[in-house]
Design a protein around this ligand. Structure first.
Ligand code: ADE
Ligand code: ZN
Length: 338
């Protein structure tokens, strides 16, 4: 391990953009398929990994939704999230805000309760076993209708005190944030925080809509904001967190090579950028791998890495006193470095 790898592994960090369904490793996919007696269209773990070559977001989503079919019981969701938390804890993650896609499961006849109770029990266990705190973000699939999103929000009603935020994911182009104006207004009225994927493949106009119409608290990805300097100035001025996902950007061809990643440009522009893994089982790495990949390709300094880690806590939905305690942990870690 190089100095910078070790520095990244020990750096206290939060993960703010992680789809729990995207943390389904091929080994667990096979184990759950066996446990639930489900046939899957792959002969081996290697066969699955070979299939994970994507040329855009939709190509990935098709495989990702198919993979989720092995998730059937509360125990499956618990095991999925526990596997993620174990990996995250090993990567120095102290707090994780986890997205889940209930519609991917309710459309297959899996009850909302099964999904969320499995996830919540894993969240409680991660706090006991690793001291890792977490929040849940309920994402609406934007290729489905606003009425279906409202129905999903209604199903979530008994658990709203255990859901931090709602989000918007799936196929971006052709499904602008505006389509979900009423469901986000309803969620805001219920006291939920708001996030949305915007500017991953979609144009800067979608980022404006997420800000002005949905009134989000964070932008997931936001890469294409860099095409519009008026927008980047605004994002910097408003200190709007961007949950950037370098390995995802590479695998989904948002960038051609990691050497082209704009993470340091984002920091130079004063943007509140954070580093995250998005769908680590599909994109080849967890959060520390994402830090390492950009650190190596872009020659990031320790000061820049610390800024990214600080941004992850200040951009989180933790209360101010918890954020302050995490920032102190980062300071103590940095002070203890040789
Ligand atoms: N990167 C991504 N963009 C949109 N929807 C997603 N769902 C899971 N990962 C996603
Ligand atoms: Zn995402």
């Amino acid at each position: 391990m190089t100095d910078i790898d070790a520095f990244i592994a020990g750096l206290p960090k939060a993960e703010l953009h992680l789809h729990i369904e995207g943390s389904l490793e091929p080994e667990l996919m096979f184990a759950l398929a066996k446990r639930n007696g489900i046939a899957i269209p792959y002969a081996s773990v290697e066969d699955v990994r070979t299939a994970y070559a994507f040329s855009n977001l939709q190509g990935f989503l098709d495989i990702y939704y198919a993979g989720a079919d092995v998730l059937r019981t509360r125990e499956d969701f618990h095991d999925l999230a526990t596997a993620y938390f174990d990996r995250a804890a090993a990567d120095g993650v102290l707090h994780a805000e986890i997205m889940f896609d209930p519609q991917t499961h309710t459309a297959r006849g899996i009850a909302f309760e099964t999904v969320i109770e499995g996830l919540l029990s894993a969240c409680a266990q991660a706090e006991t076993e690793h001291g890792l705190t977490s929040r849940l973000i309920l994402c609406f699939l934007r290729h489905l209708s606003e009425a279906e999103a409202l129905e999903t929000l209604a199903q979530a009603e008994p658990w709203l005190d255990r859901i931090a935020a709602v989000g918007l994911d799936s196929s971006e182009v052709g499904h602008p944030p505006e389509k979900f104006a009423r469901v986000f207004a309803t969620a805001r009225d219920k006291g939920l925080k708001l996030v949305a994927h915007a500017g991953e493949e979609g144009p800067p106009a979608y980022v404006y809509e997420a800000l002005d119409i949905l009134q989000v608290d964070r932008i997931d990805h936001g890469n294409r904001s860099l095409e519009d300097m008026t927008l980047t100035d605004r994002l910097a001025r408003e200190d709007m967190p961007l949950t950037v996902c370098p390995l995802s950007n590479l695998k989904l061809c948002v960038i051609d090579q990691m050497e082209d990643h704009p993470i340091d440009r984002m920091l130079d522009l004063g943007l509140h950028a954070t580093i995250n893994s998005d769908d680590p089982a599909y994109f080849g790495g967890y959060v520390a791998d994402n830090y390492r990949a950009v650190a190596t390709a872009r020659g990031l300094t320790r000061v820049q890495l610390v800024t990214l880690a600080r941004n992850s806590f200040t951009g989180s939905f933790l209360p101010p006193e918890a954020v302050a305690a995490h920032l102190e942990r980062i300071d103590a870690y940095v002070a203890a470095q040789p």
